[in-house]
Design a protein around this ligand. Structure first.
Ligand code: GAL
Ligand code: CA
Length: 341
């Protein structure tokens, strides 16, 4: 490590440029200013890693941890612009704050690539240099619903504990108002119903994408409903892992005490649980390609090129690149592993 970068680290990195822009030649590369809503998010840490890999030798990436604080993120954007960012890659804290960011970038003609938290289409339309990189949120819900329905049909004897033919579930929701959380919640359950399976919701609450919060919720639900719960549906793997931890404490996954749990993301820790039989499946949220696409578009924008120049991505009518989701079970677990390599 160079002296300069250790000083950078020593002086604290909350408004840092990862201490990575030291060293030869980096200053001649165009600067991309980026924010992640919080570094302490399991899935986003993989997106971040992919962004850093894609930025290498291509752009000078100034990456900030917004620490789940929208006001802080707005200050970071001011600083990034002051430091000469030629484009911005923004993972919003609050999806509703997109306009505020655009209001800062547009007067300076700085392109903005939003990623992971989708802004309203009308807001993106209002600035010709604003784009989105993410997914089609509803797709993850539909795929998760299909996975639940298939698992239920194949294991009804075991899963339908009270033999009433209905699937009694609890649902761990992501951040309320987050397009992924809202769409996954709705489409997962709707899809199960469309397959002709009757469902009954015992409980649903947010655990904010977070494993620890999910363990607490699941502890409380097990205390209240115990054996009445027949399925645990989680909007992401972080919360699914939190639920598994709670279930293990309560004696599940040993002997014939079992609970089907599903998530979304396919992070390596969840794939491990699937292999151990402690999760039924998940839906791949392709962190690597979302991080790569974000940097590729932001790099092109910073160089004044067409955002898609030299890339394999396509924009839809809302100026969005949408990376597909894939259903993951034990049968195709390698697909998940490859995506997080
Ligand atoms: C979702 C992901 C969650 C969480 C969230 C953050 O796409 O599935 O695990 O990372 O983004 O915005
Ligand atoms: Ca039942």
């Amino acid at each position: 490590m160079t002296v300069a970068s250790s000083i950078l680290l020593a002086t604290g990195c909350s408004d840092s440029t990862s201490g990575k822009d030291s060293g030869s030649g980096k200053d001649s590369l165009p600067a991309v200013g980026a924010t992640i809503y919080k570094f302490d998010d399991n899935f986003m840490s993989y997106v971040r890693r992919s962004m850093e890999t894609s930025a290498k030798d291509n752009v000078k990436l100034m990456l900030n941890d917004s620490q789940n604080d929208q006001a802080k993120q707005i200050e970071q954007v001011d600083t990034l612009i002051a430091k000469g960012a030629k484009s911005l890659a923004i993972n919003l804290v609050d999806p509703k704050a997109a306009q505020t960011i655009i209001d800062k970038a547009k007067p300076k003609n700085i392109p903005v690539i939003f990623f992971n938290k989708e802004p309203d289409a009308s807001v993106l339309k209002g600035y010709d240099k604003a784009y989105y990189v993410g997914t089609t949120s509803s797709e993850s819900g539909v795929l998760q619903g299909q996975l639940i329905a298939k698992a239920w049909e194949a294991n009804k004897d075991k899963y339908d504990k009270n033999k009433d033919g209905k699937l009694q579930y609890v649902l761990l929701k992501g951040e309320p108002g987050h397009p992924d959380a809202e769409a996954r919640t709705k489409f997962a359950v709707d899809t199960v119903k469309e397959k002709g399976i009757q469902v009954e919701e015992l409980a649903m609450d947010t655990a904010m994408w977070d494993a620890t919060k999910a363990t607490e919720k699941m502890d409380a639900w097990l205390a209240k409903y115990s054996d009445k719960i027949e399925f645990v549906i989680a909007n992401n793997d972080g919360m699914a892992l939190g639920a598994v931890a709670s279930l293990e404490k309560a004696g599940y996954f040993s002997g014939d005490k079992f609970m089907p749990v599903v998530g979304v993301d396919a992070i390596p820790e969840a794939l491990e649980m699937i292999e151990k039989g402690k999760m039924v499946g998940t839906v791949l949220n392709d962190a690597k390609n979302q991080g790569k696409a974000t940097i590729e578009l932001a790099a092109n924008a910073a160089k004044g090129k067409d955002v898609l120049d030299g890339t394999e991505w396509k924009l839809d009518d809302n100026k969005a690149v949408r990376v597909p989701y894939i259903e993951i079970t034990k049968d195709n677990i390698q697909v998940g592993k490859d995506a997080y390599k």
